[in-house]
Ligand binder design. Sequence first.
Ligand SMILES: Cc1cc2nc3c(=O)[nH]c(=O)nc-3n(C[C@H](O)[C@H](O)[C@H](O)COP(=O)(O)OP(=O)(O)OC[C@H]3O[C@@H](n4cnc5c(N)ncnc54)[C@H](O)[C@@H]3O)c2cc1C
Length: 379
Amino acid sequence: MRILIVGAGIGGMTLAALLKQRGMQATLIERAANFDHAGYMLGLWPLGYRVLHGLGLYEQFAATSIECKHYEVRDNHGTLVKNWSMQPIADRFGPNLSCTRPQLIKLLQTALGDADIRFNTAIEAINQRGEAVDVTFSDGSNETFDLVVGADGLHSKVRSLAFGEQPYYHTNWGGWVWWVDVNAVPKETFVEHWGAGRFFGIYPTINGAGVYAGAPIDGAFAEPGPGRQKRIREQFSGMGELVDICLSALPDDSKDLFFWKLSDVRSKEWARGRVVLLGDAAAGFLPTAGIGASMAMESAAVLADELSRTNNQFLEHALSLYVKRRKHRVESTQSDSRHLAKMMFIKSATVAHIRDVATKFYSLEQLASSIAKAFDEPI
Ligand SMILES: Cc1cc2nc3c(=O)[nH]c(=O)nc-3n(C[C@H](O)[C@H](O)[C@H](O)COP(=O)(O)OP(=O)(O)OC[C@H]3O[C@@H](n4cnc5c(N)ncnc54)[C@H](O)[C@@H]3O)c2cc1C
């Protein structure tokens, strides 16, 4: 089977590595020039990293990750609201392990050996005719494949080419991402400040702690350039000592900072003919439950499984089985992320106060019930 994977991200790389292990070759294209981008922090649940056991990469992954042992929520002024131990989940299923995206991508790359990854290459057009898919690449060249996998992330071009524009779910919040010295913050705790009209999260990894400073996207908050550092510092002042430490490490206005708009997407269809979606391209994730990467890896495992049980003749049936095994589960966990976003991103001080009081009575399982259920369900 001639397989094209569009996007060498978490899902695309996992799929390529699993296919290679099963003796199947795939062509992988990636829009970026290389894997050297500083990237961002990723918390992985056992749901996702279980795949790494099968690839023989788990020990290396665990040795270079930090275990998140506690999840802590603080209020608008930095006062502790709740500290959940992750131990009960870790004991039953495995720890939540925190790494950086480039770290995971480079690890997956070791499983690919000399596989064909074409950097600086995007997809321009897809034309399905019978059992073949003609693809036009950004350099103007054309190639024909038996299967095209759209693993090109939240704003997937494959999705829009093959399935048309799909509606986005907008929180109307967004935030800046930067890195701080991991020794300056609690090392084994994810600390989130659920404020009123602001949110500040701190996520340690072995290479530094990733910070996400979010607020409603109105006014000048999302604007880069002159005054950015001052605006961010003002927006998050008075949130407590930990936030102040992170703000003191905020890069100045001349440096590029990643601004992440918090929107997701849910594609109505995941497969049509010989084109299939994987990861954020199929169902994009808000970061609120830290589950998007895990779901992308799990989906890659199921797709590799279905592809290894079929041949070209019955490929479309295999794709429909993949969708049946994945769509409901992925969308349920996506709903958890949306539900959490509604709790975390609140403008009104009064509503935020009520939320803080209620949060004290929540268990982790209640906060993310579909994810908790997914831990214990067969795929
Ligand atoms: C700041 C931040 C923090 C996050 N934190 C977490 C977390 O803690 N836990 C978690 O589980 N998830 C987290 N996520 C979400 C997680 O990163 C995604 O859900 C996950 O990466 C999805 O994997 P993917 O392979 O579908 O997409 P991606 O990993 O985004 O990969 C898509 C790839 O496709 C490439 N691409 C895009 N368009 C094209 C094109 N036209 N042609 C060719 N290539 C293309 C991109 O360059 C990219 O390499 C976070 C995301 C962000 C931005």
